[in-house]
Ligand binder design. Structure first.
Ligand SMILES: Cc1c2[nH]c(c1CCC(=O)O)Cc1[nH]c(c(CCC(=O)O)c1C)Cc1[nH]c(c(CCC(=O)O)c1C)Cc1[nH]c(c(C)c1CCC(=O)O)C2
Length: 349
């Protein structure tokens, strides 16, 4: 199936585009009342993620309602620990929780490398249905968590400001930490490849807890495994979003990926200088900008576009859209990107 709108893919590969593509991290399932309506028919997030027809429906909602240039498959990064043998629950208004966590050699022994087809078949099925229903309108983004971020949840058991249990293991038992992260990496590579085989046109690796590591530990425990993932995936473009990893930007220049995501703390010109011309940059409007007036959203979006320029940029927020954001503000952001980035091209000739 040929894509009618392939702006995102072309921008990722560094090709010229008529305008800047735009989508939002966490666009599926956080802000739309239409999502809530589907979600309320079921027991909760996990049931929805495991019901392929409905997961496909909420994946496509932002394309129809917001006009984004890509869909991202409705799932979660925590399906990987579950597929490895460590199930999670999603507690309403609190977030994910693992009833058992990993703290010893014995715990790691009980895990296995996930088998994508048998353990995560429901995600692959949702991708196939989504592709059929999208009918080539926009690309579909597949995703997974970075091994470090997944490790954080498997060791800590839930969200945390410090993830000090996870970080403690890097000091107290680095051999075990490496062993677990390698199992997560092997599971993730197989899972991303299966998502691509099912129809994902591009994949993103979310390293949400990158910013809590020291630069030294980041290289040793996160980049090491992200590099393996980037080297293993050559079927489609790869995006790496490492939130808070400002200190690792020059190192990311060497990753075998097409796109690097920037959070809103990262200066755009400085990031370009550190990362170089060889990669596409994605981001990075402060998600809180969307609480401002329409005019302010428009101005901030234009300013961001001016800073990134007309080449190798995918417009996005600097992190996932916040749950209480007004979808109308999101539309202002999206429409400004579409109109202004097209104007920038015509002004440039
Ligand atoms: C750290 C992380 C998680 N999940 C994810 C990350 C990395 C991105 C980031 O840093 O935000 C990624 C994720 N989670 C979800 C998606 C789906 C696609 C999308 O909209 O981008 C994606 C890409 C669905 C979800 N994941 C979750 C929901 C809400 C569940 C519900 O509807 O009750 C959805 C739609 C739950 C979740 N899942 C997670 C948390 C901390 C929470 C609770 C808070 C929250 O709502 O985000 C773990």
């Amino acid at each position: 199936m040929e894509l009618q709108n392939d702006l995102l893919i072309r921008a990722a590969k560094g090709e010229k585009t008529e305008r800047t593509p735009v989508w939002l991290m966490r666009q599926a399932g956080r802000i739309l009342p239409e999502y809530r309506a589907v979600r309320n028919k079921l027991s909760g997030f996990i049931e929805l993620a495991q019901t392929p027809e409905l997961a496909a429906e909420v994946t496509i909602q932002p394309v129809d309602i917001l006009g984004v240039d890509a869909a991202i498959i409705f799932s979660d990064i925590l399906v990987i620990p579950e597929a490895m043998g460590l199930p999670y629950e999603m507690i309403e208004k609190k977030g994910p929780n693992f009833p058992s966590v990993i703290s010893s050699e014995e715990d790691v022994r009980k895990l296995k490398v996930a088998d994508a087809e048998s353990d995560l078949g429901y995600v692959l099925e949702a991708i196939k249905i989504t592709k059929k229903e999208l009918n080539g309108r926009v690309p579909l983004i597949g995703f997974a968590g970075a091994p470090w971020t997944i490790f954080c949840y498997m060791v800590e058991g839930h969200g945390s400001k410090t993830f000090s249990k996870a970080r403690r293991m890097l000091y107290n038992n680095p051999v075990l930490a490496d062993e677990l992260m390698q199992m997560i990496t092997d599971s993730t590579i197989a899972y991303l490849k299966a998502q691509i085989a099912a129809g994902a046109n591009i994949v993103q690796v979310f390293d949400s807890w990158a910013g809590i590591l020291s630069p030294e530990h980041y290289t040793k425990y996160s980049m090491k495994y992200i590099s393996q993932i980037c080297d293993a995936i050559d079927e489609v473009p790869v995006t790496v979003f490492a939130k808070g990893a400002f200190f690792a930007r020059s190192e990311m220049r060497h990753l075998n990926c097409e796109t690097i995501g920037l959070d809103w703390n990262m200066d755009i010109a400085e990031s370009r200088r550190l990362i170089g011309e060889g990669k596409t940059l994605q981001g990075n409007l402060d998600p809180c900008t969307l609480y401002a007036s329409n005019k302010e959203v428009e101005n901030a979006t234009k300013k961001m576009l001016d800073q990134f320029g007309t080449h190798r940029h995918i417009a996005n927020l600097g992190h996932g859209v916040y749950p209480d954001t007004d979808p109308e503000k999101v539309k202002v952001f999206i429409n400004t990107v579409k109109e202004y980035s097209a104007q920038m091209r015509s002004a440039a000739v």
